[in-house]
Design a protein around this ligand. Sequence first.
Ligand SMILES: Cc1cc2nc3c(=O)[nH]c(=O)nc-3n(C[C@H](O)[C@H](O)[C@H](O)COP(=O)(O)OP(=O)(O)OC[C@H]3O[C@@H](n4cnc5c(N)ncnc54)[C@H](O)[C@@H]3O)c2cc1C
Length: 247
Amino acid sequence: MIEHFQLKLADSRMLAPTVRHLAFERADGAPFKFTPGQFIQIHFNYDDGKPTKRSYSVGTPAAASEVDKLELAVSFVDGGAATKLLGGLEHGGSIDASGPYGRFCLMDDDANQRYFLIATGTGITPYRAMLPSIAKRIAERGTRVALLYGARNEEELLYGEEFEAFAGQHPEFTFHPCLSRAARAAPRPNDRRGHVQDVLPELQPHPEHDIAYLCGNPDMIDANFTLLKELGMPIKYIRREKYVSSR
Ligand SMILES: Cc1cc2nc3c(=O)[nH]c(=O)nc-3n(C[C@H](O)[C@H](O)[C@H](O)COP(=O)(O)OP(=O)(O)OC[C@H]3O[C@@H](n4cnc5c(N)ncnc54)[C@H](O)[C@@H]3O)c2cc1C
């Protein structure tokens, strides 16, 4: 059910030079209900008083259907209205929000052998929220998961250590950082140079056994959608969340 509520900023930190992690609590003290993969909208006014809204994926790793903290990763955009609001919000500050929205979620009746989770930038956020559900699927069905994450360099691999740690605990989960501009100072075995679509064929997507999720930059999503179709993946097994600007 979609609700409107106030969020209070409880904590924050910079994840990368232009990406801020924000942890909110509902101002009324109620838990936040969502399914991993969903997003919220924040509601605010432009400087001229005109109302507007922006969407942000919820990144809180959720073992249950409700969480105490609503965590977002916000990438700063030059001149962006929401960037100004969320980039400058101080601890204790409030914003208006509504949600949850969206269906970019793992489905209960998925019977696939492997998931491809593919992202660039803050598009990684919904997969962070899904980690506890992924752990459950691995334990119950032996599902395999390959996370391909495109970033320009090491410093822009958001939550990289969390995904590395999860992969270390779950051999069925592999994490493939795809670095387009510079390799890590100390490269790891699954690191690759290039864009995610350059690396995807190496993992041999299977038309009947795999389901792919694509999240983040619209150009990246289109490139990978086309590639997956060319590799024979049925459209129904390619799920997309495009971070389009919602002005
Ligand atoms: C379902 C959904 C989920 C989303 N989740 C997230 C999320 O988890 N984290 C996140 O950071 N964003 C997310 N977005 C994008 C977010 O909603 C905003 O569009 C983004 O934060 C920019 O808002 P802004 O008000 O700062 O910039 P705006 O005021 O909207 O734009 C300022 C200028 O920058 C341009 N611009 C806007 N976005 C970009 C961009 N990405 N790259 C380059 N130029 C741009 C605009 O065209 C405009 O010229 C999501 C979008 C959708 C639709």
